[in-house]
Design a binder for this molecule. Sequence first.
Ligand code: 6PG
Length: 267
Amino acid sequence: MKESPADIARCLDLADVSRHAAEEFVRLANEATVANGRFTVALSGGSTPKALYTLLAGNAFRTRIPWEKVHVFWGDERCVPPDHADSNFRMVRESFLDHAPIPKENIHRMHGEEADPGKAATSYEATLGETFGLAPGQLPRFDLVLLGMGDDGHTASLFPHTAALSETKSLVVANYVEKFGTHRLTLTIPVINHAAQVIFLISGGSKAAALKEVLEGKEDPQRLPSQFIQPVTGKILFIIDHAAGTGTFSSPEGQGVKQMRSQYGCF
Ligand code: 6PG
């Protein structure tokens, strides 16, 4: 992250992170809809964004989003059926899609159930081609890509020292992840870095060491893949809570977390 200092919203806890992210989502959804007539968002899997998804579909935010113009995609997916406990689609459906009036035809799921993960990746690439009207070799420009980060510095399904980290042509790949002994479907780095806005949601003390290394440590993206995420013309925002930011809270005020700056109820 050495090139340009990342934009960081420092929040108190996961609830604050989720509220801040929901405000950003509303802002971006309305701006994109006014500018382009729709809002394209690649959603993150994992557990951190669940609270955000529930908030967006809840009373405080649901009336502020032009749902019929929202197109949802996934940043990555496990190679399991859509009703499997590990499915990112299932997590998003239960916390978000079952409660928000997004038209069915605007929900673009990765088919993790496909027996051949390579075929699933190719077919999602075709979905991107159709929905974004891409010419051969053209990258889709998501209005927003939501990402989480693992305690090993991975993001989406871009895990340390895996083949996907070197992919420069495909939009979507089936990435073999040794530590799970399985493939994962994931958007590739060029696609994520072509987004208008990338937002990392990072919460919890287990992420603090990796986050400090990603933001302030030596450039080593093969070991810390989140360092590969540097939008070419778009923006990047890290929305982090106190526990995740402990290592990076050494603010100029010197007192770190005690001198919190507040923004949107975040610190
Ligand atoms: C996934 C995610 C993955 C996730 C991180 C953080 O499929 O699991 O895409 O990249 O964002 O592993 O996960 P938590 O939010 O559960 O900590």
